[in-house]
Design a protein around this ligand. Sequence first.
Ligand code: ADP
Ligand code: 5GP
Length: 187
Amino acid sequence: MAAEVRPRLTVLSGPSGVGKSTVVAHMRKVHPDVWLSVSATTRKPRPGEKHGVQYFFVTDEEFDKLVANGELLEWAEFAGNRYGTPRRAVLDRIEAGEPVLLEIDLQGARQVKESMPESQLVFLAPPSWEELVRRLTGRGTESPEVIQRRLAVAKVELAAEPEFDTTLVNTSVEDVARELLALMAVV
Ligand code: ADP
Ligand code: 5GP
């Protein structure tokens, strides 16, 4: 008899601009049933982003309340904005035995590993530093100042790769999405 594969919490991290959102969007196109946690953030929406879809866009005061009420599984400040994972929705999915995916930054990944050691941490790496700069600049959604800030953070994040259980290099979106689904035991 085949051993039961227990779905668990998977955390996807990697430097800004490496392609996390693109990979996750592709994965969900292929497997719409895969559940991705929607984070709360104090960042302003980018063009096309919708409240409740990419993020719950909240004010600083609302974020303070989420923290004070213990409603976040983890949270972090990233390049001038705060981001956090609503706790209840994640725990409900895990209790229901469904695989859960979080797309969060390095500080958040560390907090999750600390509070839920059975989770698996997946690092999405760029093919090269030059390609990361190209992607972050090419996305065209941030000012030059914000890009510089994110690149400085990216240097620190790249150095943390050994803390992760698995590294996937984002050369092909399709390949990485497939590998991620396999790690999540969805396929
Ligand atoms: P992140 O969510 O990690 O910040 P995005 O998903 O927004 O990154 O991707 C940043 C840019 O890189 C986007 O313009 C996206 O189209 C592009 N991109 C993502 N993956 C690849 C890839 N494998 N090859 C080439 N370009 C990519
Ligand atoms: P962006 O502003 O580009 O959407 O996200 C910036 C960074 O915040 C990315 O590295 C993304 O993974 C991270 N992030 C998004 N949601 C969360 C969250 O809930 N918690 C943490 N710690 N980081 C998050």
